[in-house]
Design a protein. Structure first.
Lengths: 783, 109
């Protein structure tokens, strides 16, 4: 989808200019004429310098600034860029862009396309199985302060209202002065928090995104699906159809973040319940107000003992129950007292469904399918726990915990055992009915923390939790160790334990590891014949370069699918993608269609992090559009899968991956000066001072590329504009292949194979849904 | 491969201001590699410029460049000062340029 294909980029340009002018006025009205003139002079010179391709004059101008002016000029330009971003975001939401970006447009185009080649029944089956699980993470890539994000959202609202008016009315509209007010507030607000957020702060932000955007976006998106189904004569999905799931890592992901403790996880789980109660209480209160209706089905009449207002009769105790629960949670949070027993889903759903069925039975569809339907759908999506919290911990921490146990049991040091010995012992323990943890065991504080986390899992209802993710997983014993710890601490052992494979070597051995696990009958039974495997995009790209990592991710998924098929086990792939290309990001639609055939059959589970939460889900209409894009791409991928790579493509891809990995590592690993160069040429060291997230930027503090998190690695290269993670290794491999006579095949791969297009030759900026016209196979839906 | 947001002139300036002479060759070699890679990719895509068919994409990047370039230039200079003589005011301005460039790039990590 190219914004340029609409004539309304004129409106976009006008909005960018308009917001920029207001910022200029705000600066001027501070009486700082000097600053305004300096900013203008620099802007004009920057334009000139770009046209002349010579930055000397611009540099000369900037060197004249004193310290205070440097700060002010930097702030002015920085805010201008934020305003331009708001205008662009607004462009995708504006009425005139509906035919390009809206969920209706995405789904409509998918339905049209798919119904050409497939029966209605087939589309309906695939639609019914649709599953999108968005996992919010606290990864520290969001640089914009919450208070500024809120003001940015308000600016978007003003632009929406102003565009409806003609120029004359717009000039005198109160939204015009409101824009000035907002931009003035922004100019006088500190850009940064003065301190690092705690994991609890981060969890509150995520819950605010749910409250402000997703709470409405989920039922709105489902209404879009209802409408499309009606229009294309497909059955309308029932009220309990719940294809969207919201999960979270915030307060559960302790990998490399010592600030996330068992205590924090417990508090976050309780906060999530509090948020769910609060939101549901409001919804039920509204329904109670509205459903004063007296006409009801016989079933409901009987169930409500002939009450005059049977709906209110059902809703009032529900509202009171939610309110009571909320107050009890508040008390538990305030005085650290015992948390109340959580509500169950059926406690909330049952009365609502009774209302729904009765209203349908007495032909009051208009009431059944109004606010009540939205509420029912929210309850099914968010339930009493709001989100499903994943737990993530590094594999080495489990190994250490098990080793401390085997030593306490006088069995020797687990760490000295080979993989076979480890697995044998762990499998034996999983079958062993006696308790594993000896009374009075005194583990190290690190292991106590690991055990305490398992104890939180044990006390938490299963539906409040997602999966247990093991980072840096390499062997079957890494998974079995977690299952043993689950069993030893009294948790249910069928919790999904998801190994995260995130280096090139680990991705390559992932299918073997999973095969080792699944070939054990007991394992398959324990996990209810399903397994979740997480693919790490950013760390593998940092390890091997983007091209080799992309191919390794692709092949790992292919092989995992075939291993799981062999054992008739349902595979849920979990994609740990970031927003930028070096972290596996690409326009959502193209990225999904570039996955191996079959990889979306059990739905999509993907991380959404940092600034991507803001840009994809931060406002209700943005979130609805994002869900529409995901849904249409999944339907398309499942009904009309992308081509499987033919022999020739595969051979060449293997070769490209090998060469690019060698080339990439020759620079990054073998060149002794590389790390010192990286530290000098980019602001990597200085990034650590930004109070972005609760997690430290390094895994360990001993330096070296391997110890550095993928996020600052990419962040730093995007600052000095070398953008190294987005290309290093790939181009030289392509050039070699072309020089060796493979040019024709390369060209056909770029034209026909979405994976190759997306992972290798994608040339957009990773933000806009642009450019896919280069790849024929991606064209049908993107126009 | 995302070249749209790379800028060799700016990368070179960072090296010039921040990188010690014995490491300068490494930076120059990486920039040369980027130029070569870009040419290799464009030959396969059979197109002159990555974004040539996407007018707003191009326009948007051009527009941002006007604002991002001064921020990059200031950042390189502020990094130099901060490393020579750390001061709170310099650090504050540096952080603003980092946030600003991130806004220009539209994503961070």
């Amino acid at each position: 989808m190219t914004p340029s294909s609409t004539s309304n980029t004129a409106q976009l340009r006008q909005n960018v200019r308009h917001l920029g002018e207001i910022l200029g006025q705000v600066i001027q009205s501070q009486g700082d004429a000097g600053l305004f003139e300096a900013v203008e002079a620099i802007r004009l010179q920057s334009k000139q310098s770009r046209d002349d391709d010579d930055q000397e004059a611009l540099r000369a101008l900037l060197t004249q600034l004193n310290e205070k002016q440097i700060l002010d000029v930097a702030r002015a330009f920085s805010h201008f860029l934020n305003l331009a971003n708001i205008a662009e975001q607004h462009h995708t939401l504006a009425d005139y862009s509906q035919s390009l970006f809206s969920a209706t447009a995405s789904l409509e185009s998918a339905f049209q396309q798919l119904l050409k080649d497939h029966e209605h029944n087939r589309l309906n089956t695939v639609l019914k199985n649709l599953s999108i699980d968005l996992v919010l993470t606290a990864h520290p890539t969001e640089i914009t302060r919450r208070t500024l994000i809120h003001k940015h959202g308000e600016i978007n609202d003003c632009l929406t209202r102003l565009e409806i008016l003609n120029d004359k009315a717009a000039a005198s509209s109160k939204d015009h002065s409101r824009l000035k007010e907002l931009i003035s507030q922004i100019w006088h607000t500190e850009e940064f928090r003065s301190d690092r957020p705690t994991p609890i702060d981060e969890a509150r932000w995520a819950f605010a995104v749910i409250e402000n955007s997703l709470w409405d976006a989920v039922p709105q998106f489902l209404r879009v699906v209802d409408d499309i189904c009606e229009r294309y004569a497909l059955p309308i999905p029932p009220p309990n159809w719940s294809p969207i799931r919201i999960s979270s890592w915030i307060g559960g992901d302790r990998d490399g973040n010592p600030n996330v403790t068992a205590k924090v996880t417990r508090e976050v789980l309780l906060l999530a319940q509090w948020q769910a109660c609060t939101l549901l209480e409001n919804d039920i209160a509204t329904l109670y107000e509205e459903l004063s209706v007296t006409t009801a089905s016989t079933t409901l009449e009987e169930a409500t003992e002939g009450a005059l207002e049977p709906y209110r009769f059902l809703l009032k105790p529900l509202r009171d129950r939610l309110q009571g629960q909320r107050l009890n949670i508040e008390k538990a949070l305030n005085d650290q007292s015992l948390a109340p027993v959580p509500l169950t889903l059926s406690e909330i759903v049952d009365p609502l469904e009774a209302c729904y069925e009765s209203l349908q039975a007495v032909n009051l569809d208009v009431l059944a399918r109004g606010y009540l339907l939205d509420t029912l759908r929210r309850v099914h999506c968010f339930g009493p726990y709001l989100i499903q919290l994943d737990i993530r911990q590094e594999s080495a921490r489990h190994t250490q915990a098990i080793a401390e146990l085997t030593e306490a049991l006088a069995l020797g040091d687990y760490r000295d055992w080979n993989e076979g010995q480890r697995c044998d012992w762990l499998r034996g323990e999983l079958d062993n009915p006696r308790p594993l943890i000896p009374a009075g065991w005194k583990p190290t504080p690190e292991t106590q923390e690991v055990i305490d986390t398992f104890l939180v899992i044990a006390e938490t209802p299963q539906s409040a939790l997602g999966s247990y993710v093991i980072s840096m997983a390499a062997e079957a014993s890494d998974v079995l160790a977690v299952q043993v710890l689950l069993k030893a601490t009294g948790c249910t052992t069928n919790m999904l334990v998801a190994p995260l494979f995130e280096t090139l070597d680990d991705l390559e051995s992932a299918p073997r590891v999973v095969e080792e696990l699944l070939s054990d009958n007991a394992y398959r039974d324990r996990c209810d014949h399903q397994i979740m495997v997480m693919i790490g995009y950013s760390d593998s790209a940092k390890d091997a370069g983007m091209l080799a990592a992309g191919w390794a991710q692709y092949r790992a998924q292919e092989s995992l699918l075939s291993v799981c098929k062999k054992f008739a086990v349902k595979l849920q792939l979990f994609h740990g993608r970031g927003g930028s290309i070096g972290r596996g990001g690409a326009p959502a639609h193209d990225a999904l269609l570039s996955q191996p055939p079959g990889s979306l059959e059990n739905g999509l589970r993907v991380t959404e992090q940092g600034e991507m939460i803001r840009t994809k889900l931060g406002l209700t209409p943005l979130a609805v559009n994002t869900l529409g894009r995901y849904a249409s791409a999944i339907l398309q991928a499942n009904l009309t899968p992308p081509p499987e790579p033919a022999g020739e493509w595969r051979v060449l891809m293997n070769r490209l991956a090998q060469h690019s990995c060698e080339d990439y590592r020759r620079w990054v690993r073998d060149e002794p000066n590389f790390v010192p160069y990286f530290r000098q040429a980019t602001p990597e060291q200085e990034l650590a001072s930004l109070p972005l997230g609760s997690r430290p930027t390094r895994r360990r503090s001993d330096g070296g590329i391997a110890s550095l998190r993928a996020i600052p690695w990419i962040f730093a290269w995007s600052q000095n504009r070398l953008m190294l993670p987005a290309w290093l290794g790939a181009g030289s491999a392509l050039a070699r292949a072309a020089a060796d006579g493979h040019e024709v095949v390369l060209k056909s791969m770029a034209r026909e194979w979405p994976f190759f297009w997306c992972s290798t030759v994608y040339v957009g900026d990773g933000v806009r849904e642009i450019g896919s016209h280069h790849c024929r196979a991606l064209r049908p839906l993107t126009g | 491969m995302v070249f749209a947001k790379s800028d060799l002139t700016i990368a070179e300036l960072y090296d010039h201001l921040l990188v010690s002479p014995e490491l300068a060759d490494l930076g120059a070699a990486l920039r040369q590699q980027l130029s070569n890679d870009r040419a290799a990719l464009l030959a396969i895509l059979e197109t002159g410029s990555e974004l040539e068919r996407d007018n707003w994409g191009r326009e948007s990047i051009n527009l941002r460049d006007i604002y991002t370039a001064p921020l990059n230039l200031l950042q390189a200079e502020l990094l130099r000062r901060q490393r020579a003589n750390p001061e709170e005011a310099t650090e504050r301005a540096l952080m603003v340029t980092i946030a600003g460039v991130a806004a220009g790039m539209r994503n961070t990590g």
